[in-house]
Design a protein around this ligand. Structure first.
Ligand code: HEM
Length: 267
């Protein structure tokens, strides 16, 4: 199988679609739009066709909201529509933007956690064996995979509210600072042997989900999905192994995320 296409991608999109009430038949289109948005997110990037894809995604959400207004169901979009209709807590533009964000943020990153995390375990077979022998370690495995090679490269930009000095750098009030999460998660002042994957480490707080008021809203859901994905994989496919040479595994990078294009495996 290709673990990206056959496992890591379908699981999170199924979960978020089910929670929100997005029809399953639309998932293929959502994947195309999500990839376009992920590309469009690079600072200063303007790739041809991206704006149209983003517009098409927006129009799709507007239509979906209109359908839910007509036919409310037991799902999150219908609940958000009800809140919007109640009055001043959420307006239509915020509703559309929130749903787009939840669909987009709710699957791309988690798919990357499952696929990249699997590759990291296949790269570190001694760690994989420890996890397989004791599945109660899986939540710790997920945390270590988030720290060691989490899907989000950077958090959203921050703006200094006053002049500060940070690690010898002068930052002026109003300057933009982009936190590099991957660097902080390998901080030798915070973690012992940060370059080692160690699923048994006593984890101190990592920053794979960001920090502060904009910390990832979906972190608890992503953690549950990670637990389910890795426990199931280790239990059902204990002989999982790469079916291509390691150097043929290809990555895709954007400014804010990284993931695998495919992960051909035998099991
Ligand atoms: C492993 C999976 C995930 C990772 C690594 C991840 C990572 C992040 C990061 C780094 C941020 C920015 C935090 C900051 O700027 O401080 C963020 C924000 C956000 N994430 Fe996630 N995320 C994941 C899964 C999810 C899921 C499953 C959802 C939704 C169901 C979600 C929804 C959001 C939302 C709505 C925000 C914006 C929060 C705000 O600005 O207040 N994420 N995420």
């Amino acid at each position: 199988m290709d673990l990206v296409k056959d496992y890591a991608y379908p699981l999170p999109i199924n979960v978020i679609s089910y929670m929100l009430g997005v029809p399953q038949a639309d998932q293929a289109r959502i994947r195309v739009w999500s990839e376009a948005i992920a590309h469009g997110l690079g600072l200063g990037r303007q790739e041809p066709g991206v704006a149209e894809q983003i517009r098409a995604f927006g129009e799709y959400i507007v239509q979906l909201v209109a359908d839910k207004r007509q036919h409310p169901a037991d799902d999150l979009i219908s609940q958000l529509v009800a809140i919007e209709e109640e009055g001043d807590r959420l307006d239509e533009a915020e509703l559309i933007s929130m749903i787009s964000l939840l669909i987009f943020a709710g699957h791309e990153t988690t798919s990357n956690l499952i696929a990249t995390g699997t590759l990291m375990l296949l790269d570190h077979t001694e760690q994989l064996d420890i996890a397989k022998a004791d599945l109660s370690l899986v939540p710790a495995v997920v945390e270590e995979l988030l720290r060691f090679n989490g899907p989000a490269t950077i958090a959203g930009p921050r703006f200094a509210t006053e002049d500060i000095e940070l690690a010898g750098q002068q930052i002026k009030k109003g300057d933009m600072v982009i936190p590099i999460l991957k660097s902080s998660n390998r901080d030798e002042l915070q973690f012992t042997d940060p370059e080692e994957l160690d699923i048994t480490r006593k984890m101190k707080r990592h920053l794979a989900f960001g920090s502060g008021i904009h910390m990832c809203l979906g972190a608890p859901l992503a953690r549950v999905e990670g637990d389910v994905a890795f426990s199931t994989l280790l239990r059902r496919m204990p002989n999982l192994r790469l079916s291509v040479p390691r150097e043929n595994v290809n990555w895709h990078f954007t400014l804010s995320s990284q993931g695998l294009i495919s992960l051909p495996d035998a099991f």
